[in-house]
Structures are given as structure tokens and as C-alpha cells.
Design a protein around this ligand. Structure first.
Ligand code: PLP
Length: 421
């Protein structure tokens, strides 16, 4: 099957490419596996000594492999599929989302350069930009509210080589306009990188909107089953791909292992089915929470009350499976609420088939200083939910019983305390 472009309006190709692309059965060995085998070999026999063939001439598409860190057939199959799904020419699979981000940022900057990034980023990326790029590698870093393109344009300087975005963000589900970001980046001769982990390529394709590179934590929706750690970078810029590939294979050697490449290939086969159910369930949960009198605010781009609902509807094909909400109460109420849930597991991470819930102030965003968290709106009563693909009725009933429990326990609390005197 040829890697046809996933042009807009041809989303049906996505579902077909997710299942088979990059994994065509190979009958030349007399077997014809319909799924790519997990190739564990670290090294490959070569035909003979050939002084004319350098490493650069080895072509995985011609089944020429030398050493697994450089290229591996299982990883290569995944990289082909990821490039097709994100509508890019090159994909590189990494040992984690973090290693995909560090290699991509490293490929885009040199000491003395400057990065402008969304202030509301995954905590690990925020820390990496500050403590590695700014403090150790002498790269200037400014964080801005990228929901406002004017703030981004004002922060750009002649040294800015990279604009780094997530949309929607974690945990407040704020958006930036990818097309507007691409225009600003172009104007300053900078590259635009978008972490597309929260939406995935089924709902949002930043390269089509002008981004130069897309990264993923494949740990989340792309693998989708909370049982593999990985990452990826996808771009159509040949020169940038070469720089990222150098870091992946030689400069850092942070490649995805063959077993995990197989897991992600397998997860991708059901990506469209899972994403549709995640989005459906998240929208049910968001509407339920919005109507509840013990909920102060719900952050979900699919709610008309979301301040960027219009942008979300233009830029994304659906609204994803992650939301956050603020409970009307105090930390003790949050603790009781969480303790009374059965279907939602208290755990970090997201994008798996099971529903997870986490408390950003004490979990994912605890490395941020308290003032920074508060300035961002990450309060003690904020909970982030990764809505799974279970039956929505069970999820809503579970939430209802946890709300009932905090209602009852809050009223009982003074009595209990008094009876202990
Ligand atoms: N990007 C986003 C948006 C994330 O949420 C995460 C992890 O939670 C990462 C990147 C890092 O990915 P990994 O944990 O696979 O290194």
C-alpha cells in the first residue's frame, strides 16, 4: 500500500493505514506473517565487505540493516506507520516521550539560541527546558500564555529558533492556535514544534496546520493500554529529520526497543475506535460534572463554556478524552471523593483504555513551586481525569456515588469529630 497523504477530507484512509501500513506481509521468507515480527537481533549479517557502501547507503526500505540502534525492522515498521498517520515524511521512535522531546529540542537549538514555550506545558518538559536547556546549555527560554498569539509574537527575538507548544495543555486543557503559531514562527525564521500527545493524530494533525515537527509520548493514546513507554518525532523537513535521527541513533542512542515498537504498532490498529469512545465518554463525563453542584469549574474543550470552544472545533476533529475539574470544597473533600471512586484509578498518566484520575497539585505538577502552580490555576481542589473506554453509565454512577459519599461525610464530619472527644 502506498503512503498516500492523509489530505483533509480523506479521514477514512487513517483507519486503514492504522491497521496495516508499514506491516505488509513478507512472503520472501516463506512465512508471510500478517503482523511484523518482534526482531530482537542487535546486529545483522551483511553480504560481504563493500568499500563503496557506507552507513548512509543502508536503506531499511530495502531490508538492509546493520545494527539495531541505527535501524531495526520492527521499529522501522512503526516509524513508517507513525509518519503516515501524522502526515509527515519521516518518523523516529524513541525510548520515551521525554527522549523524543529532548532530542527534537536539541536538534533545533545551539547555545545562545532562544526558545519560546507555552507556560502550561507537561511538567517534565517545563523542567527540562529550564534545568537542562536554560541552566546547562545556555539557551534562553521564555514561557508565555500562548492562548494569546500576540503574547507569543512579543516574546520572539532574533535569536528565537524554536517555538514549543502543547495543545490542549495539561492539566487545564487550554489551546493555542497552531496556524497562528506557525505564522509567527515563519516570520522569525524559527521552527514550530507541537507535542500532540493529548489529541493524537486521529483528532489533530499539526503538520497539516503548519508545524515543523510533532512529538508524542506513545506511552499515552498511541499505545493506549498503559503497558509500554515510548515516544516519537515526526517531520517532513529532511534536514531537521537528519538532525533528530542523528541524535536518536548516534548522539544519544535513545531508541525505542523492538518489543515496545511492536506494542505501539498493535495499539495503533485500534486508535480510531478507541479515540471515538474516549471522546464520547469524556463528553458525557464533562456534561455530568458541569451540571453538578459540588463542581466549581470543568475544563474540557468540547464544552461550549470552554473559552476556546470555537478554536477547538476548528482545529480538532473531536475534543479528546482528557478533562479536569475543580471540586467545590477543600482538600479533605478531594481526598474523600477520590477514596470513594472504584472505576477511576488514582494514577498519573493518561490515554489508556481504563479511566484514571490524578491530583495535579500533589502528583504531576508537584515539582512546580506553589506560587507558579497557583498562577497557572492548578489549585488543591483540581482533579485531572483521563476518561477510558468503559461503559459511560458505569463511569457516571461511580462519580455519583463518590459525590454522595462526600456529601454525607462532609455533613457527618463534625458529629464524628465530636463523638471522638
Ligand atoms: N508530553 C506530554 C503531554 C505528557 O503528558 C508526557 C507524560 O505524561 C510526556 C510528554 C512525557 O512522556 P513520557 O512519560 O513517555 O516520557
Amino acid at each position: 500500500m502506498s503512503p498516500e497523504r492523509l489530505s483533509e477530507g480523506d479521514r477514512s484512509r487513517f483507519e486503514t493505514l492504522s491497521v496495516t501500513y508499514g506491516e505488509e506481509p513478507d512472503l520472501s521468507n516463506g512465512m508471510g506473517d500478517v503482523t511484523v515480527p518482534i526482531h530482537l537481533a542487535s546486529t545483522y549479517a551483511v553480504e560481504g565487505i563493500d568499500m563503496d557502501t557506507g552507513l548512509d547507503d543502508l536503506d531499511p526500505d530495502q531490508d538492509q540493516f546493520l545494527y539495531t540502534r541505527l535501524s531495526n525492522p520492527t521499529r522501522h515498521a512503526l516509524e513508517k506507520r507513525l509518519a503516515a498517520l501524522e502526515d509527515g515524511d519521516h518518523a523516529m521512535a524513541f525510548a520515551s516521550g521525554t527522549s523524543a522531546i529532548v532530542s527534537t529540542v536539541m536538534a533545533a537549538v545551539e547555545p545562545g539560541d532562544h526558545i519560546v514555550a507555552f507556560e502550561d506545558l507537561y511538567g517534565g518538559t517545563n523542567t527540562m527546558l529550564k534545568e537542562l536547556f536554560r541552566d546547562k546549555l545556555n539557551v534562553g527560554v521564555d514561557f508565555v500564555d500562548a492562548a494569546d498569539p500576540e503574547e507569543v509574537a512579543e516574546a520572539m527575538t532574533e535569536d528565537t529558533t524554536l517555538l514549543w507548544m502543547e495543545t490542549p495543555t495539561n492539566p487545564l486543557l487550554r489551546l493555542c492556535d497552531i496556524e497562528a503559531m506557525a505564522e509567527i514562527a515563519d516570520e522569525f525564521g524559527a521552527l514550530l514544534g507541537v507535542d500532540n500527545t493529548f489529541m493524537g493524530p486521529y483528532f489533530q494533525r499539526p503538520l497539516q496546520l503548519g508545524a515543523d515537527v510533532v512529538v508524542h509520548s506513545t506511552t499515552k493514546y498511541l499505545n493506549g493500554h498503559s503497558d509500554s513507554l515510548g515516544g516519537a518525532a515526526i517531520t517532513s523537513d529532511d534536514e531537521f529529520a537528519e538532525e533528530i535521527g542523528f541524535l536518536q541513533q548516534v548522539g544519544m542512542g535513545n531508541v525505542l526497543a523492538p518489543f515496545d515498537a511492536y506494542m505501539v504498532l498493535r495499539g495503533l490498529k485500534t486508535l480510531p475506535l478507541r479515540m471515538r469512545q474516549h471522546a464520547h465518554n469524556a463528553s458525557e463525563v464533562a456534561s455530568y460534572l458541569e451540571a453538578h453542584d459540588r463542581v466549581k469549574t470543568v475544563h474540557f474543550p468540547g464544552l461550549e463554556s470552554h473559552p476556546q470552544y470555537e478554536l477547538a472545533s476548528q482545529q480538532m476533529d473531536d475534543y479528546g478524552g482528557v478533562l479536569s475539574f475543580e471540586l467545590d470544597g477543600d482538600l479533605a473533600d478531594v481526598e474523600r471523593f477520590v477514596a470513594n471512586l472504584d472505576e477511576f484509578t488514582l494514577a498519573v498518566s493518561l490515554g489508556g483504555v481504563e479511566s484514571l484520575l490524578e491530583h495535579p497539585a500533589s502528583m504531576t505538577h508537584s515539582p512546580l513551586p506553589e506560587e507558579e502552580r497557583e498562577a497557572l490555576g492548578i489549585t488543591e481542589t483540581l482533579l485531572r481525569v483521563s476518561v477510558g473506554i468503559e461503559h459511560p453509565k458505569d463511569l457516571l454512577e461511580d462519580l455519583e456515588s463518590a459525590f454522595e459519599a462526600i456529601g454525607a461525610e462532609s455533613e457527618d464530619a463534625p458529629e464524628t469529630a465530636a463523638s471522638m472527644d
